[in-house]
Ligand binder design. Structure first.
Ligand SMILES: Nc1ncnc2c1ncn2[C@@H]1O[C@H](COP(=O)(O)OP(=O)(O)O)[C@@H](O)[C@H]1O
Ligand SMILES: O=C(CO)[C@@H](O)[C@H](O)COP(=O)(O)O
Length: 474
C-alpha cells in the first residue's frame, strides 16, 4: 500500500507486534493520514504452551517495514507497541536462550497461585496494582526457574516483547511504565522494581531494562537498518497501552478490543488496586493508569468453533438454548487456567449456527463481566459515549451484534483499523514534536467511525451464561 511522498511533511512509523502478526503504519504527523502499511505473520506454538521465537518478531518487523516502501527510510521516528507480559530471556549477545513464553501460556498457573498464596492478594494489589495470574511475567520467570533452571541461570537480560524490538532498533535496554506494569515485579505504588521480590525469585535487577517515563525516548536507530539515520526510537509500550494512546482515551470512556485476547480498559486518575484479580492495574504510557481486564479466548476460540462446525464466522443463527463458555485455552477472566470449553443446553432442535452464536456470546460475556469494575476504578461518572470497539474482531458483524446485545450499549468502531500501530505512531509523533499524545490523537481524529445504536439487553442469554459459569470452575 503506498502514497505519493512529495506533498507530505514529517512521517512516523507505528508498530504493533501482537500475538498473531506484526503490523506497521507510516503516518503523516500533521494529518494522521496513513501513507503506507505492512503486515507479517508470526508463528505461535500449539500444545501445552504458547511460545514464539523472538527472532520471528524481528524478521516480521523487518518484512512489515519493507512493505511500507520508501516510508521506512523517510520516517523521523518509530515506536513499538507489543503484546504484553511475554518472557524474553537473552544471552550476552542479545540472542534468545529459548523461545519467548507468551501472555496466553498457562503452564505458569501453579507458579502464579504459589506467588499469590505466599504474599496474599492484598499485598500484590496494594504494591503492584495487580494480583498476578499465569499471564504475568513474574509467574513465567518462576516457571522457567523451576522447569529450566539452566536457561534462567544463563540469562544475561530479561525483556518484554516490545523491549526486545526496541533494543534491536536502538541498542538501548529500556522499557516503559505501561508495559513494565504487567510484569508483576514493578511496584505501581513506588514506580520502582521490587528488589526484595526479585531477590526472592532469583532474578538479578541488572538483567532488567531501565524504565523510561512518559515522553522519554529510547534513543536513535542503530546503523545498518533500512531506516533513516538518526531517526528517533520512542520508548514503545504494551499493545493495550498503545491503543489507549491511539484512541486518546479520557477517564470514563471504555474500549473493548477483540483480538487473540479480549480486553476491556479505560484510563483512570486513580491507581487500581483490585484484590479480586479481575482488574489488572496497568500504568498508562503517558502517565496515569490503565485498569484492564483480559480474556484468553476471543477471536481464535470463536474461529476454532466455526471451523469445527464447518461454518463461516458470520454464519450465526439466533435463538436456542445453549450456553457456551469457549475456554479452549483455559481462562484468565475469570481466573480458570485449567478450564476447557463447556457447552450446555443442547437440544434436538439446536442448530450449528446457534452453537456458533453461543461461542460469540460466551467470549463476549466473560469480557463484559469486567467492564463495570474497570470503569469503577477512576471513580468519576462513566461517559455516555459509545463503547469503542477495536481489534480484528471489530470487523465482524457477528462480534458487533453480540457486544451490542450483551452490553445493551451503543458501540463505535473507529475507521482507523489498527489502533495499536496507530497509538505507537502517536507515541512516535510525541517523541518527535513534544506534543501531548492526547493532542495528536485528537488532531488525527482517531476515534471517528460508525456508531451502532444500543440493542435491548439479551437477558435470557445472560442468565444462561451466568448459570453455566459455576460449571466451568467445577
Ligand atoms: N472481517 C473479520 N471479521 C471477524 N473477525 C475478523 C475479521 N478479520 C480478522 N478477524 C479476527 O481478527 C483476529 C486478529 O485480530 P488482531 O487484533 O489483529 O489480533 P492480535 O492483535 O492479537 O494479533 C483474528 O483471529 C480473526 O479472527
Ligand atoms: O495479556 C494481555 C493484556 O494483559 C493481552 O492483551 C496481550 O497484550 C496480547 O494482546 P493481543 O495480541 O491479543 O492484542
Amino acid at each position: 500500500m503506498g502514497s505519493d511522498s512529495a506533498s507530505h511533511g514529517s512521517v512516523v512509523l507505528g508498530v504493533d507486534s501482537s500475538t498473531q502478526s506484526t503490523k506497521v503504519l507510516a503516518v503523516d504527523v500533521e494529518t494522521g493520514e496513513v501513507l503506507a502499511s505492512g503486515q507479517a505473520r508470526h508463528t505461535v506454538s500449539t500444545g501445552a504452551g504458547r511460545e514464539t521465537d523472538p527472532e520471528v518478531w524481528w524478521s516480521a518487523l523487518q518484512s512489515a517495514l519493507g512493505q511500507t516502501g520508501e516510508w521506512a527510510g523517510r520516517a523521523e521516528a518509530i515506536s513499538v507497541g507489543g503484546q504484553q507480559h511475554g518472557l524474553v530471556v537473552l544471552d550476552a549477545q542479545g540472542r534468545a536462550l529459548r523461545p519467548a513464553m507468551l501472555w496466553n501460556d498457562v503452564r505458569s498457573a501453579p507458579q502464579a497461585a504459589a506467588l499469590v498464596d505466599k504474599y496474599g492478594a492484598g499485598h500484590w494489589a496494594q504494591r503492584f496494582g495487580s494480583v498476578p495470574g499465569a499471564s504475568f511475567t513474574v509467574s513465567k520467570w518462576a516457571w522457567l526457574a523451576e522447569h529450566e533452571p539452566a536457561a534462567a541461570e544463563a540469562a544475561r537480560a530479561v525483556r518484554l516483547p516490545h523491549d526486545f524490538l526496541t533494543e534491536r532498533l536502538s541498542g538501548a535496554g529500556v522499557t516503559d511504565r505501561g508495559d513494565v506494569s504487567g510484569t508483576g515485579w514493578w511496584r505501581s505504588d513506588t514506580e520502582r522494581y521490587d528488589e526484595a521480590l526479585l531477590a526472592e525469585i532469583g532474578l538479578a535487577p541488572e538483567l532488567l531494562p531501565t524504565v523510561l517515563g512518559p515522553g522519554e525516548q529510547a534513543g536513535t536507530v542503530r546503523d545498518g537498518l533500512p531506516l533513516r539515520a538518526g531517526a528517533l526510537v520512542a520508548a514503545g509500550t504494551g499493545d493495550n497501552a498503545a491503543a489507549a494512546l491511539g484512541l486518546g482515551l479520557t477517564p470514563g470512556r471504555a474500549a473493548l478490543s477483540l483480538g487473540t485476547s479480549g480486553t476491556v480498559y479505560a484510563v483512570s486518575r486513580q491507581r487500581p488496586t483490585d484484590t479480586s484479580g479481575v482488574v489488572a492495574g496497568f500504568a498508562a504510557a503517558d502517565g496515569g493508569w490503565l485498569p484492564l481486564a483480559c480474556t484468553l479466548n476471543c477471536t481464535l476460540a470463536v474461529d476454532k468453533v466455526a471451523a469445527l462446525l464447518g461454518r463461516e464466522r458470520e454464519d450465526v443463527e439466533p435463538g436456542g438454548s445453549v450456553a457456551f463458555l469457549p475456554f479452549l485455552d483455559g481462562e484468565r477472566t475469570p481466573n480458570l487456567p485449567y478450564a476447557s470449553g463447556l457447552l450446555t443446553g443442547l437440544r434436538h432442535d439446536t442448530t450449528a449456527g446457534q452453537v456458533l452464536q453461543g461461542a460469540y456470546d460466551g467470549a463476549v460475556y466473560a469480557l463484559l463481566g469486567a467492564l463495570d469494575q474497570v470503569l469503577a476504578v477512576d471513580g468519576g461518572a462513566p461517559s455516555d459515549e459509545p463503547l469503542l470497539v477495536i481489534g480484528g474482531g471489530s470487523r465482524g458483524v457477528a462480534w458487533l451484534e453480540t457486544v451490542r446485545r450483551l452490553s445493551g450499549r451503543a458501540v463505535q468502531v473507529p475507521e482507523a483499523g489498527e489502533l495499536v500501530a496507530l497509538g505507537a505512531a502517536v507515541q512516535a509523533a510525541c517523541t518527535l514534536t513534544g506534543e501531548p499524545a492526547s493532542a495528536i490523537a485528537a488532531r488525527w481524529g482517531t476515534t471517528s467511525g460508525r456508531v451502532h445504536a444500543a440493542l435491548p439487553l439479551d437477558t435470557p442469554t445472560l442468565s444462561r451464561l451466568a448459570s453455566a459459569m459455576p460449571l466451568a470452575s467445577a
